[in-house]
Design a binder for this molecule. Structure first.
Ligand code: ZN
Length: 91
């Protein structure tokens, strides 16, 4: 997303996305981008403490998932190689 060129919906000028953050009561953070030409703002996403904790958790689970999927792939490739080598031996 960063360094990406977009066109402002309001003034139609192109600009580079630069994510800015603004704090709100209740530990809420608004992430937004602002057109440098006409100052129009666009909300990217809003998080509270619960959402940020969940994002962390989902990120960790995703890393675990990737690792586990990789191990499973290696395991299944080994099973396949074993079958193939037995097949070659019997030929
Ligand atoms: Zn604009």
């Amino acid at each position: 997303m960063e360094n990406q060129q977009v066109q402002c919906d309001a003034c139609h000028e192109p600009f580079t996305i630069q994510l800015k953050e603004r704090k709100h009561p209740g530990n809420i953070i608004e992430a937004y981008i602002q057109c440098p030409h006409c100052k129009e703002e666009y909300i990217s996403y809003v998080t509270d403490q619960f959402a940020r904790r969940e994002q962390d958790e989902v990120r960790k689970l995703h890393e675990k998932y990737i690792k586990r999927k990789g191990k499973l792939f290696v395991h299944m490739e080994k099973l396949k190689a074993d079958i193939l080598s037995k097949r070659e031996a019997s030929e």
